[in-house]
Design a binder for this molecule. Structure first.
Ligand code: ZN
Length: 252
């Protein structure tokens, strides 16, 4: 059995294109393509999968990648069967992300971590879930005392933290070492499957540290500012905060 293809999104969030060889193609409702290397993020942790293009240099043929997902350890690219004949195993392809969309997702994801960091540090509230699209997202907290006034001050504090130009670091830690970090427990890494021997972490230095599989900008200055666009009670304890980026899409 060959090992999984190289998955650049986890080590270099800024890799937006690469050259790859097709390993496997499967026809169905989507045409599924596995490559020996890719820059696509397969989705997860509230961050949607990337979109983009595959290009075959030998004849200039292109395919739109409408989604991606993880299957059996591989990142699988989903093509529209209406795009015609799929690429073939052995083809060399150029792999290109829709970079404006991905960058907006990276900025949004990092903004949500800054929000989590502030809400945890200043109010001790745990995150229970979250979701995002490019430029906007929401987080759910166990946050009984949340109020409109509080949400206004949280917005100001998050913006001050983003403006503090904090570096964002990616690490991969052995499971035992990760479990020894008290702050990681709040992100429920204990829910991770037993078999996982390494934990990937995202740290907004000085503000937030979480177990996370997503893609992030490398400094909070790249996020710009956020706006709180709404908040709701999902019960006595569970509260939801919605945010958007002040500049949803920057020039990629
Ligand atoms: Zn995350």
């Amino acid at each position: 059995m060959t090992s999984a293809g190289e998955q650049l999104c986890y080590t270099d969030a800024y890799a937006r294109s690469t050259t790859a060889v097709v390993r496997h193609v499967e026809l169905g409702d989507s045409t599924l393509v596995v490559l020996d290397r890719t820059v696509f993020y397969p989705g997860g942790g509230g961050q949607p999968a990337d979109r983009g293009l595959l290009l075959r240099g030998t004849d200039g043929r292109t395919w739109t990648v409408r989604g991606a997902r993880k299957a059996g350890g591989e990142i699988v690219h989903e093509l529209d069967p209406a795009d015609g004949d799929p690429p073939k195993a052995g083809d060399t392809l150029e792999v290109d992300l829709d970079w404006a969309r991905r960058l907006a997702l990276m900025r949004t994801h990092t903004a949500l971590h800054a929000l989590c960091g502030v809400v945890w540090r200043d109010h001790g509230a745990l995150v229970t879930g979250g979701n995002m699209e490019p430029g906007a997202g929401r987080m759910d907290f166990e946050f009984e005392t949340m109020s409109g006034d509080l949400v206004g001050s949280i917005e100001a504090t998050v913006n001050a933290e983003l403006a503090a130009e904090r570096d964002v670091r990616v690490d991969v830690l052995p499971r035992d070492e990760a479990f020894a970090i008290p702050d990681l427990i709040r992100t429920k890494i204990n829910l991770l499957p037993e078999g996982i021997s390494e934990i990937r972490t995202i740290e907004i230095v000085g503000l937030d540290l979480q177990a996370d599989g997503g893609t992030h900008v490398s400094n909070t200055r790249e996020v710009g500012g956020i706006r709180v666009t709404g908040y709701e009670s999902k019960g006595r304890i569970n509260k939801r905060i919605r945010i958007e980026l002040v500049d949803p899409i920057l020039d990629a």
